[in-house]
Design a protein around this ligand. Structure first.
Ligand code: PMT
Length: 393
């Protein structure tokens, strides 16, 4: 499974560190060359001798005092994959902030290899906004996060935060090391809500944060696709993705249609259906009476794509619904000529606009697949799995 691959196994200081021994053994059994990198606090939970006996490469516990004077850059450059299991709140925060205060975080910052973070901590820490925001930052940058599981924690507590099962960590590592399934595929993703100007200082907009579109772009890039993101928002650019900034529906239309021969187009942007019929050149002054603004229809980008698409292209729309979710998504699929429509009920808790999570039903001519509430990156994975399956068929 891992024959000829070099895996750096980072271990930070939590009670789940003992499970990293099992991860190390399974990687070696699978044929990997494994370099363990332990933080100072990891050494309080597990002994160096265990890793020295099990791993194929020398143990690293510090940037200094090794045969190699710059172990972090050597490891970063030669790794095919870096796994951090367990990843503590401190290790996650240092990595997100770019603070290379130990050999593990220095190696993480010195690599272009895929990274798999496996957090483990008490439920209160796992749910803390600082941990969740740091993980959201890492995910946006293309880092893979294997969420912890629920179960027994240190001190006899029970809850979410238990390190993912070593078998799941190995399965995810294997997925990340296999040939990317979108290699050679061009992907265009739209993200964010369009802004339709009324005058030089005001616009009509919506609550789309762009998080779902950025997650699709990051996931497509991690699968080897060449990705262009047409965006109305200013989030961190995912690794390897080209971003084109736009504001209005018309600008988004022009950029998308100029690239309408892209293999896969995913329209996750919330595009305005109406825009002010005329835009004032100067700021509209307030006066005694009410202000009336006349609206006109915008161009429908997804429908325009549906009209020109060829058989080897795949066009995916999203549908933000609040009622009759599946029926409305199915009629959008047919009316707009899309291959897939990803329906989200944006009136449900933690679903849709601005949340870090989403819950969707992926509708195609063949039927529909429900994806329960999970991170937007996990939703992106499910959407791209459906795209790959459709293209393979
Ligand atoms: O950005 P986030 O905060 O992460 O939130 C994600 C999301 C809720 C915006 C996303 O999951 C989503 O549902 N995006 C589509 C929102 C939307 O505009 O839905 P709609 O049902 O109005 O449009 C259907 C499809 O037609 C969409 O793919 C849309 O991009 C497209 N469309 C709509 C209008 C228009 N003039 N041109 C279009 O191409």
């Amino acid at each position: 499974m891992f024959e000829g691959r070099h895996v750096v196994l980072g271990v930070s200081g939590g009670i789940a560190a003992y499970k990293s021994i099992e991860v190390c053994r399974r990687l070696v059994d699978g044929g990997a060359r494994v370099t363990p990198v332990l933080t100072e606090s990891a050494l309080k939970f597990v002994g160096p001798v265990t890793f020295e006996a099990l791993a194929t490469e020398p143990l690293v516990t510090s940037v200094f005092g090794n045969a190699d004077p710059i172990p972090h850059t050597t490891l970063g450059q030669t790794a095919d994959l870096i796994i951090v299991a367990p990843a503590t709140a401190r290790a996650i925060a240092s990595y997100a902030a770019g603070i290379s205060d130990d050999a593990l975080v220095a190696t993480l910052i010195a690599t272009r290899a895929p990274v798999l973070i496996c957090p483990a901590m008490h439920t209160e820490m796992w749910e803390h906004p600082s941990v969740q925001e740091n993980l959201a930052t890492l995910r946006r940058r293309g880092v893979n996060v294997l969420d912890p599981e629920s179960g027994r924690l240190a001190g006899g507590d029970v809850g979410e935060g238990r390190l993912a099962d070593p078998a799941h960590i190995i399965a995810e590592a294997s997925r990340l090391l296999t040939t990317p399934d979108m290699s050679g595929v061009s992907v265009l993703v739209t993200a964010g809500g369009t802004r339709e100007p009324i005058d030089p200082v005001r616009f009509i907009g919506n609550h789309s944060s762009g998080k779902q579109g950025y997650a699709v772009a990051a996931e497509a890039a991690s699968r080897g696709a060449s990705v262009t993101l047409v965006s109305t928002v200013n989030l961190a650019t995912p690794h390897g993705v080209e971003v084109i900034a736009v504001e209005t529906a018309q600008q988004m239309h022009d950029v998308v249609m100029a690239r309408s021969d892209t293999d896969v187009v995913v329209m996750s942007a919330a595009v305005a259906d109406y825009r002010p019929s005329s835009v004032s050149d100067s700021k509209i002054k307030k006066n005694q009476g009410d202000l009336e603004v006349q609206f006109e229809r915008t161009v429908d980008i997804l429908a325009a794509l549906g009209r020109v698409k060829t058989d080897h292209q795949t066009v995916v729309g999203f549908a933000a619904e609040t009622e009759n979710v599946i029926d409305n998504a199915r009629s959008k699929l047919e009316l707009k000529g899309a291959d897939l429509v990803v329906a989200n009920d944006v009136s449900a808790p933690q679903v849709g606009f601005a949340h870090d999570t989403n819950e969707v039903t992926i509708v195609s001519a063949a039927g529909s697949v429900e994806v329960p509430l999970r991170s937007k990156r996990e939703i992106a994975k499910a959407v791209l799995d459906a795209v790959v399956a459709l293209r393979d068929a």
